[in-house]
Design a protein around this ligand. Structure first.
Ligand SMILES: Nc1nc2c(ncn2[C@@H]2O[C@H](COP(=O)(O)OP(=O)(O)O)[C@@H](O)[C@H]2O)c(=O)[nH]1
Ligand SMILES: [Mg+2]
Length: 417
């Protein structure tokens, strides 16, 4: 190498060493995050605020499957998306303080397992990865809305179109004060979440937020990819441990009844479950919104007692959002052992209402027989869990009946792959 070339390289080196962050080069001490210059793009999504925990889990699946399919079909550098998980804050059914909690997904789910299925990251990982000294300005925001004429004209074709906003939407930006955007559009939408890839791959924005993401539907409900994704949603290991300890201590139940490798296999339908009846009893807002479907306390007591006798079981685990007084009314006339999971205050503080709900779901998932509440997504998630665990469907797809009604039973969404 000539002296001239050496000198030139030296000058370049010194230049880059002292140059602060420009659009393309980041000095290590500058404001740029470690991934600023990378080709990664970020897809954020949020859900209509009143929606509960268990519908939100379903919306996650629609977008995790989109991220999974994008990754599989990777053709160009625009297709390099990471799906950012919206932290849990101010859920309608959960107690919360003035400050939003921003609970990361890892507190409820096994993040490693989620990441094995699709390129997902926590919000804090997103903040770490991008320049955030002056807050985050999201490049493009689309508020999804239904087509106005869909029900009038009966046009249910898959389509999307930027249109006027049907109403004034307030975007929460996940309750972060320093996240915003000056590029917000309304997107009338009908179709599966995977169709959004057309929009994403046409844009070259680094950060895109889809609000009211629940408007986008499942790609194929119940197909192989659906169940792969659903299986990957394993619960946080600490919560699994609390549920197992409870089952062992109070319900004489352990994992010995379960088939090996249940995570990845088509169920063999031979799982027996622990020697108890699992009940999910939805009350609170269901009492108001679905009064014509919700059975009386006396009827519930009677149905539980009849089932225990029929199944020859002597104990019942009850997961419910009922308050303590109502719970006591329910159990006082059941002539068998009853159990409810109630954490001490320290544990509750740590695992929050979401953790308690998950522990209730895990315990119901391992019962010999399960009966839930009609059209509750909380019960649906338990049914899916039992499908994955390999229970015979007769022991899973059952719900309480309102007295003197026809009593429809839940649809059997079985794993067939
Ligand atoms: N711990 C616990 N919480 C429950 C139970 N049933 C309902 N909840 C709470 O109420 C919420 C119900 O909302 P959601 O998840 O939307 O289910 P859905 O409204 O029943 O379809 C849950 O997220 C829980 O916070 C239960 O059996 N145990
Ligand atoms: Mg709900």
């Amino acid at each position: 190498m000539s002296t001239q070339n050496c000198l030139f390289e030296f000058i370049l080196l010194v230049f880059f060493a002292f140059c602060n962050c420009s659009q393309d080069y980041c000095h290590i001490d500058s404001d740029c995050g470690p991934n600023y210059g990378s080709k990664d793009r970020y897809l954020l999504y949020d859900v209509n605020p009143p929606e509960g925990f268990n519908l939100r889990r379903d919306v996650y699946m629609r977008f995790a499957i989109l991220a999974y399919k994008l990754k599989q079909s990777k053709k160009d550098e625009l297709n390099n998306f990471k799906l950012v998980l919206p932290p849990w804050s101010r859920l309608f059914h959960w107690k919360y303080n003035a400050e939003p909690e921003h609970i990361p997904w890892g507190r409820f789910f096994d993040l490693e397992s989620l990441k094995r299925f699709a390129p997902v990251i926590e919000m804090y990982e997103f903040f770490d990865a991008i320049n955030q000294t002056y807050g985050v300005k999201i490049d493009e925001v689309y508020v999804l809305q239904h087509f106005k004429d869909m029900f009038e004209t009966g046009n249910f074709k898959d389509r999307m179109q930027i249109e006027q906003c049907a109403q004034k939407y307030q975007i929460n930006y996940f309750f972060y004060k320093n996240v915003t955007s000056n590029n917000v559009k309304c997107l009338s939408y009908h179709g599966p979440a995977t169709k959004l890839s057309q929009l994403l791959l046409k844009s070259s924005a680094k950060t895109i937020l889809l609000d009211h993401a629940e408007v986008a539907l499942h790609d194929m409900f119940g197909d192989r990819t659906y169940w792969q994704c659903r299986r990957s949603m394993r619960f946080n290991k600490d919560l699994q441990k609390i549920a197992l300890d409870f089952r062992q201590k109070y319900l004489n139940s352990s994992d010995e009844f379960l088939p090996e490798n249940w995570e990845d296999e088509k169920p063999k339908r031979s799982t027996k479950g622990g020697p108890y009846l699992g009940v999910h009893l939805r009350r609170r807002d269901f009492l108001r919104g679905r009064a014509h479907q919700v059975p009386s306390i006396n009827s519930i007591t009677q149905q539980i007692t009849n089932l225990l006798e029929k199944l020859n079981l002597s104990q019942v685990f009850i997961a419910t959002d009922a308050d303590e007084d109502e719970y006591r009314d329910i159990i006082k006339n059941i002539p068998f052992k009853t159990q409810r999971y109630t954490p001490d205050s320290e544990t509750r503080e740590k695992i929050k209402d979401g953790g308690v709900a998950i522990i209730d779901q895990i315990i119901c998932s391992h019962a010999r027989y399960f009966i839930g509440t009609y059209e509750s997504t909380f019960s649906f998630r338990i049914q899916e869990e039992r499908e994955i665990l390999g229970f015979p469907p007769d022991t899973t797809f059952n719900c309480f009946c309102k007295e003197n009604t026809e009593c429809p039973q839940p649809t059997r969404w079985k794993i067939v792959y």
